[in-house]
Write a protein that binds this ligand. Structure first.
Ligand code: URA
Length: 335
């Protein structure tokens, strides 16, 4: 708990230094922190935590310098004012290490303001996508999550794609190039797309996250190593993914791996990927096929595993009316 609170405190200081003035904290989270304090017997620790708690409490539910109006929370996203819900980002960040997200102990993830509400301008797809890119890539919260010289990442591909792949988050290579799925898992995804008879440019490829969630280092130290995103991080980025879906209007989404499943259908809805994989679900009014992340194959490149993903992709091809040859139907059957 001490590590979590200390990470929380560090993150609050860091956010403050990037210009974030306030964040939302629910009464529930404050009560949970208080309860924790009450159970602690170490006097010094208690007062340190109490200091952090009251510091957190006085933060108002606003960011970007805009005051709440009419009792609702308002924030400025990319220069636009937008309404937000009651997301308790700080509470999520505190809870996340204990969630099913496999976040290493002590890795609380950053404290984030509530998710933005994205308002797309009128216009054609290219205009709306460009406006979204401007918003996401320059968003101060996204920018604050990447190390100097590294990039925030938006989806890529055809704005008329029938198929939108959704992965987890940028990795080392993706945050350098600013494009999703360009590292080893991306090369395999590109092969899978080619196997479907499509070019990479004919589909749309996005991620649940727009930045690379990293293991925290000492303040000021270089941070390396991926970690799974927290529920708060996924919630923060989800409006950006929704906006991409709204622009592209794909016929189907393909969720690659457990994080994509959790991000789209809600963390905790499925305990394991196996429960949801190979079946059709729904997100934002679009059918979602859930399958394994390509990195699953990279870890164990057997035909048996390749076939599992391939069978899911065959369902996608059938659903969108792509021709499937006998040869394609039989891929990876020789185990
Ligand atoms: N893995 C993902 O889930 N997304 C990427 O962009 C790269 C690797």
């Amino acid at each position: 708990m001490r590590a979590v609170l200390s990470a929380l405190s560090e993150e609050l200081k860091r956010l403050k230094s990037t210009g974030v003035k306030t964040i939302a904290v629910s009464a529930e989270s404050v009560a949970a922190l208080r309860e924790t304090l009450a159970r602690r017997s170490d006097g010094n620790q208690t007062s340190e935590v109490r200091r952090q708690t009251s510091e957190t409490r006085v933060l108002r539910p606003e960011v970007g310098g805009q005051k709440p109006e009419d009792g609702s929370q308002k924030r400025v996203a990319g220069g636009r004012s937008s309404e937000v819900g009651n997301t308790t980002a700080a509470a999520e960040a505190v809870r996340s290490p204990h969630s099913a997200l496999r976040i290493p102990a002590g890795e609380a993830g950053p404290v984030l303001p509530p998710p933005p509400v994205v308002e797309l301008p009128a216009g054609d797809k290219a205009t709306r996508w460009a406006a979204l890119g401007e918003l996401v890539l320059k968003h101060p919260v996204c920018q604050a999550q990447v190390r100097p010289g590294k990039k925030v990442v938006l989806g890529v591909g055809s704005l008329d794609a029938q198929i939108m792949f959704v992965g987890e988050a940028p990795g080392a290579e993706e945050e350098i190039q600013g494009e999703p799925f360009v590292g080893p898992a991306g090369q395999l995804l590109t092969k899978m797309i080619l196997g479907m008879g499509l070019k990479r440019e004919e589909v749309y490829i996005g991620n649940i996250m727009n930045w690379r969630p990293q293991l925290s280092g000492q303040p000021g130290a270089d941070q390396v190593g991926n970690r799974p995103p927290t529920a708060a991080e996924m919630a923060f980025c989800l409006p950006f993914l929704r906006a991409q879906i709204e622009i592209v209007q794909p016929a189907v989404l393909v969720a690659l791996g457990k994080t994509a499943l959790d991000g789209l259908l809600g963390p905790g809805r499925f305990k394991t990927l196996g429960e949801a994989r190979g079946l059709w679900h729904e997100f934002a009014g679009k059918p979602v096929m859930v399958t394994y992340h390509p990195s699953y194959i990279l870890r164990e490149p057997t035909n048996r595993k390749k076939r599992l993903i391939w069978e899911d992709l065959l369902k996608v091809m059938d659903r969108v009316g792509l021709p499937v040859s006998e040869k394609q139907r039989g891929y990876f059957l020789d185990r």
